[in-house]
Design a protein around this ligand. Structure first.
Ligand code: FAD
Ligand code: NAD
Length: 450
């Protein structure tokens, strides 16, 4: 290979939330860190994922609340406008998709930032644009994902959007078909519908958010239908064609027409072509399965979506903190995935942690479950919702739980603590639960499990 060679302690390839954190903390600890990203420092979350989409959801939530005035408090006139949403995303969330502030933060911490595509070219060696970086301690991989397109006839011939386009919208279409009823599809479908866009969601599984409890899917589908979203589940898409004023998605022989198409049908890991074979890994591995210290080969750590442990920012950061401890020779705790939590920020918000009932049964546990509504607070606020708890009856502890409702993601924190710390159900059921809070809904459900 021609080009230069430079030495350092650690090369971080890909600066998603975890890679950025690891590079920053290792540099602050005094290591020579080369931090490489081909796009934007911070990755998908701040520029195309969590942050801009949650800004959209904050706006949609305001509209939803305004819509409840007629039910609870008289009358309100609302004229929705996308302009403030687009402006906030451009100016406040993404700096117009410019990462100068993030690059400076990284460099201020002492890391060296290199913009370019990193490829592993040997044990402990990464090459970027002809410069080989020899990493004395090793390589951290955090290359994340990109949107993937399902193999649907005609899809490649139409102009469709992914999450990376939706976050840049300055105007909304009149109508849209969303392919995929996972978290991205559902969050975006509901935002757009709340702003008056005619929306249809097409999902191949037999329900929305199919990894969640069936009760959650049912509650979400009702909310979607109430908002006027057309939900087509168990759908088989024959083909996509250009329609009169946009596109047509042909589902089980029926054309769904819309101005625009959003594809939110899953992600592909950015692992192909990054030279995994040079460190003894399978060249075309689709996922890297790390040990409890996030090591995937000698001198190679992997974090974030590419590990398949949950495609969430908090997972990427959690794993990054482990890598930092391992590289700095500190003690654990090492990786523990019993209480992984996630929140889908729809209305109702769906928070869940640990095992679903089905997963617990599939593991052969002595499963007991209990469900309940949102109690006094739900009735007072006129908000439907539910909580469901999954217990390992043999040990008397919770192994999973779900909270669906206006604050599902916040109520979840109590369940997450219980699963993580294996607090006995008897102890939980004997707690004080402030009245009338949403989390108080857990009390009668816990008592069913005694
Ligand atoms: C629309 C949307 C909404 C989401 N909402 C949430 C949410 O509310 N909560 C939540 O927890 N999670 C959410 N997620 C998921 C979250 O964004 C990811 O889990 C998170 O970004 C962590 O990803 P990561 O660390 O694996 O890397 P990513 O964020 O994917 O970043 C990977 C980085 O690696 C770079 N890269 C790739 N290959 C190379 C290479 N060869 N050389 C150099 N650089 C490379 C890329 O340019 C990128 O910057 C959302 C995702 C999407 C798409
Ligand atoms: N709030 C959050 O934490 C949040 C929000 C958005 C995304 N994310 C993360 O990003 C990841 C990606 O999200 P996503 O929603 O794109 O992916 P996903 O894989 O979770 O969901 C994609 C959905 O598309 C469906 N699908 C696939 N092919 C299809 C086809 N041909 N026709 C119809 N439906 C089809 C799948 O059955 C699935 O339900 C998620 O796994 C999640 O971890 C998290």
């Amino acid at each position: 290979m021609t080009g230069t060679e430079q030495e350092c302690d650690v090369v971080v390839v890909g600066l998603g939330p975890g890679g950025e954190y690891a590079a920053t903390e290792l540099a602050k600890a005094g290591l020579e860190v080369v931090a490489v990203d081909e796009r934007l420092v911070g990755g998908e979350c701040p520029y195309f994922g969590c942050v801009p989409t949650k800004m959209m959801i904050a706006a949609a939530t305001a509209l939803r609340e305004a819509g409840r005035v007629s039910q609870l408090a008289g009358a309100a006139q609302v004229d929705p406008s996308w302009a403030p949403v687009a402006r906030r995303i451009r100016d406040e969330a993404t700096d117009d998709w410019d990462d100068a502030v993030a690059v400076k933060r990284l460099e201020d911490a002492g890391a060296r930032f290199v913009r370019g595509s990193g490829v592993i070219t040997g044990p402990q060696q990464v090459t970027v644009d002809g410069t080989a970086y020899a990493a004395r301690r090793g390589i951290v991989l955090n290359t994340g994902t990109r949107p993937s397109a399902p193999p649907i006839d005609g899809l490649a011939d139409v102009d469709y959007w992914t999450n990376r386009d939706v976050v840049r919208l300055t105007e909304l279409p009149e109508s849209i078909v969303v392919i995929g009823g996972g978290p991205i599809g559902c969050e975006m479908a509901q935002v757009l519908a709340q702003f008056g866009v005619r929306v249809a969601v097409v999902e191949v599984a037999d329900r929305l958010v199919a990894v969640e409890e069936p009760e959650s899917s049912e509650a979400l589908e009702k909310a979607f239908t109430d908002l006027g979203i057309e939900v087509v589940t168990g759908a088989s898409i024959d083909r996509v064609t250009r329609g009169g004023h946009g596109i047509a998605v042909h589902v089980d022989g029926r054309p769904l027409q819309a101005e625009r198409l959003l594809v939110a049908a899953g992600r592909r890991n950015n692992l192909s072509g990054i030279g995994l074979e040079h460190v003894g890994l399978e060249a075309e591995a689709r996922v890297l399965d790390p040990d409890e210290r996030m090591r995937v080969a000698d001198g190679v750590w992997a974090i974030g979506d590419i590990t398949g442990k949950g495609a969430f920012t908090h997972m990427s950061m959690y794993q990054a903190a482990i890598v930092v401890r391992d590289i700095l020779g500190q003690d654990g705790p090492w990786a523990d995935y019993r209480a992984v939590s996630r929140v889908t920020f729809t209305a109702p918000e769906i928070g869940s942690v640990g095992l679903t009932e089905k997963q617990a049964r599939d593991q052969g546990l002595e499963v007991r479950t209990a469900t309940g509504d949102l109690g006094s607070r739900g009735w007072i606020a006129s908000e439907p919702g539910l909580v469901k708890l999954v217990a390992d009856a043999a040990r008397g502890v919770l192994v999973g739980g779900t909270a669906v409702g206006p604050s599902g993601g916040e109520v979840l924190s109590l369940i997450t603590t219980a699963v993580h710390a294996e607090i006995p159900i008897a102890t939980l059921a004997a707690m004080h639960f402030a009245y009338p809070t949403y989390h108080r809904a857990l009390q009668p459900v816990l008592q069913q499990l005694l």
